[in-house]
Write a protein that binds this ligand. Structure first.
Ligand SMILES: Cc1cc2nc3c(=O)[nH]c(=O)nc-3n(C[C@H](O)[C@H](O)[C@H](O)COP(=O)(O)OP(=O)(O)OC[C@H]3O[C@@H](n4cnc5c(N)ncnc54)[C@H](O)[C@@H]3O)c2cc1C
Length: 431
């Protein structure tokens, strides 16, 4: 505010603690995927996360449902690192999903079975989806092991707060932590902060959405046979329920997730309301008589904040539209038999030469975001950004000048699913 008092900070020399080819900032689904993808292409990668675990909303936020990896007609459209995550979780007996023979099946009994796990949404007539329920603590462990195995340098507990630029290039990102301010030098950056902190610092244009905060939580001691109509979901732990509780009807205010005052309001109000809801469930809802609260999302679950206005803004009407520069594909968790192709240009900012966005803050409109923000889509755009950044360095070409055909071939070779270039958006055989 213009009339706010200000203080002047002394000029400061900040130590440069590391340098790397690619700096990935934000360790959610997209950041995890970007870092591993780039490392596997030979880039030297540092992944920095402000908290002490990987996964972001997909673990600490208790959003523990991969919705969805198919097109709603029984065909898988998100593969690559997201598929590998499922396999790594499965190897630890830490996830649950319908077998492939059932994907696309409209059988009411089957649909109801998976709906109880939170794996079927939208309006009828329903079909079984390739969606996955998993355990968040297992996700965190799998992710730590995965980045270590890949050779990604992981730095926790550092909060990106500044950029150093040389013209239109980012040369360093500055992090604040208990060790003070420290810089990391890099050749390229992927912004996977969810809130687009990096592209905002780089003065790239963006849209800022205000949303109702949610706070998911889990309870144990639930009688699953009785709790069917409670709005809770089964989890992979017997007697444990996931409560996808939101404040939309209860909190009469949307919040700006980049405003700490709004976040403070949301933290206090949502936690108070979660406790009210726990009391209501225990006293009024069948199956919850002996249930108890086990964990609550670590921060408010916000679907949306900043979205990049990049070289292309993917629109609601682009559903089922093919793009020559498609680098990721996602189904729609509330719609059947349709996909969004996500073009490379939706990851590219307008000005900054060595920056890409991935995950929920990519360049899409509010309606397309409904689909592209989902965890599998964030894995897919993260993977695309990681491979693109590594390729641009190995070919010594700017990110914007990358041969997208080569990028697509590299993604498919790495395991991602993409449609034929320039072909229909409907899934076909893998290339
Ligand atoms: C209420 C709700 C329900 C949802 N339901 C589903 C669902 O059922 N299924 C589904 O697939 N998806 C669902 N989603 C969407 C999905 O959870 C998220 O969009 C997705 O997990 C986002 O991943 P991300 O990596 O882009 O961002 P995030 O998960 O937000 O990760 C960003 C990471 O960056 C870190 N970070 C942020 N700023 C900085 C900084 N300045 N410096 C360093 N680190 C930083 C954060 O700590 C975080 O770890 C839901 C979302 C919400 C809010």
């Amino acid at each position: 505010m213009a009339d706010q008092p200000t203080v002047e900070l002394p000029a400061e020399r900040v130590p440069v603690i590391a340098r790397c080819d690619l700096l990935v900032v934000g360790g959610g689904a997209a950041g995890l995927s970007a870092a591993i993808a780039a490392r596997r292409q030979g880039a030297d990668v540092i992944l920095v996360e402000r908290y002490g675990y990987l996964g972001g909303l997909a673990s600490g936020g208790l959003i523990v449902l991969l919705l969805t990896m198919d097109d709603g007609a029984g065909r898988q459209v998100v593969a690559g690192l997201c598929q590998e995550l499922v396999e790594r979780l499965e190897a630890r007996d830490a996830c649950f999903y319908p077998p492939s023979a059932e994907w696309g099946d409209p059988n009411d009994e089957l649909v109801e079975r998976y709906r109880r796990w939170g794996l079927v949404w939208g309006s009828a007539p329903h079909k079984v989806r390739y969606s996955v329920a998993y355990d968040p603590e297992e996700f965190k462990l799998v992710a730590n092991n995965w980045v270590a195995e890949a050779g990604v340098r992981l730095l926790y507990h550092r909060w990106a707060s500044d950029l150093v630029r040389d013209g239109d290039r980012v040369t360093h990102v500055v992090f604040t932590s208990k060790a003070g301010r420290q810089a990391i030098a890099c050749d390229a950056v992927v912004d996977t902060t969810g809130d687009g902190d990096l592209f905002a610092l780089a003065d790239e244009p963006f849209e800022l959405e205000q949303v109702h905060p949610w706070l998911w939580f889990r309870m144990s001691g639930v009688d699953e046979n009785e709790a069917g109509g409670s709005g809770s979901f089964r989890t992979i732990r017997p007697g444990q329920a996931l409560l996808p509780w939101g404040a939309a009807e209860r909190i009469g205010r949307r919040i700006d997730a980049t405003d700490p005052d709004d976040l403070t309001f949301a933290e206090v109000e949502c936690r108070r309301m979660v406790m009210e809801e726990v009391d209501r469930l225990r006293s009024q809802v069948r199956g919850f008589e002996n249930a108890y609260l086990t964990d609550v999302a670590l921060t408010p679950d916000v679907t949306e904040s900043r979205r990049l206005t990049g070289r292309y803004v993917l629109q609601r009407d682009d559903l089922d539209k093919p793009f020559d520069d498609v680098v990721a594909v996602t189904g729609h968790w509330t719609k059947y038999d349709c996909t969004y192709q996500i073009p490379y240009r939706s990851l590219l900012p307008q000005q900054t030469e060595n920056l890409l966005a991935a995950g929920r803050c990519i360049s899409v409109d509010h309606r397309a975001h409904h689909a592209t923000k989902e965890i599998p889509a964030c894995f897919a755009t993260g993977e695309a950004a990681g491979v693109a950044a590594a390729l641009s360095m190995s070919r010594s070409v700017a990110l914007a000048d990358l041969d997208v055909g080569e990028l697509q071939r590299a993604l498919v070779k790495a395991g991602a699913w993409l449609p034929e270039r320039g072909g229909s958006a409907a899934p076909g055989d893998r290339r």
